[in-house]
Design a protein around this ligand. Sequence first.
Ligand code: SP5
Ligand code: ZN
Length: 349
Amino acid sequence: MSVVWSPETRAHDPRHEVWVGVPTPAVEVAERVDAILDAVGDRERVLATPHGAEALASVHDPALLDFLATAHGHWLAGGYVEEVGQERVVPYVFPTDAMTAGMPTRLPTALHGLAGQFGYDTMTLIGPGTWSAAVAAADCALTATDLVLAGSTSAYALSRPPGHHATPGGYGGSCYLNNAALAAQALVDGGRERVAVLDLDAHHGNGTQAIFWERGDVLYGSLHVDPAAGWFPHWVGHADETGAGPGLGATRNLPLPEGTGDRAWLERVDDLADWVTAAGCDALVVSLGVDAAADDPESPLQVTADGYAAAGRRVGGLGLASVVVQEGGYHLPSLGGLVAAYLDGHESS
Ligand code: SP5
Ligand code: ZN
């Protein structure tokens, strides 16, 4: 399968997250791109082509897109670098019900106030290259989708920063634009009638779930470490969330206990694959996070490279046109091998 990538995805260089108020070293780093490129071997490499702002608005609110495109410039003009030495946009207050208590609100003048309308956590900073990298990551997913719509059986998008935590109107979880959702929407726009997004990342893809929550034409199925056991995204991703309205039954969450290894993880991959088959889908998007791996610093799941290869065989065996989109995976020494293991499995079946 072709590997769609863009050198511009390296432009996002977050350096830190802010975790419980403390700067911790970033894990979603630009080196991930090269770790993966080095491992995908002699597969054909395709450069992503620009798809424009209109494509991004197919799943995101214009207000979010405007904010992401302009926030860092406004941050520099706002004096935060001189005053406190913070070079990246970090939200300060969040307009949840706890704060606003049902009262009317006004958009804040200060950017560190306004940022809380769009950013929903403190781990996802906006630096000088964030917007161009996020757009490039989306273009990777959209270009891979073009290849599939043109007749390729499958294509892999080396999208980074990742996307599955980005909601219609918000960014968080190291994600800014929802690359997998953009691919799924583009498959629908290209004439596919029922698209499944199968999310193998260690975390629940709350953004993708939110985007397709009330839709029956795009299914969202995910297996992930149980948010109720204390894991991001904490508030959503439970088994009783199944969609609403026309989307009722088109969301499926399989939360997993800490320590889940290959055997139990692959049984749940089987469950999702059977679910996709039963739903009669005609195209597939795989949110390929490899942070469920045992070595990964961001999750307590214990999946091996052999496990990812077996998942690839099972999912590839569905025989559906597939856009495989990169999500998480943070252990740089093993990252590329895990991705290659999945792709080998997917292609072999
Ligand atoms: C796409 C994706 O995999 N996003 C992951 C978002 C969850 N990140 C959680 C970070 C938790 C705190 N990290 C610092 C831990 C220090 N021990
Ligand atoms: Zn993840």
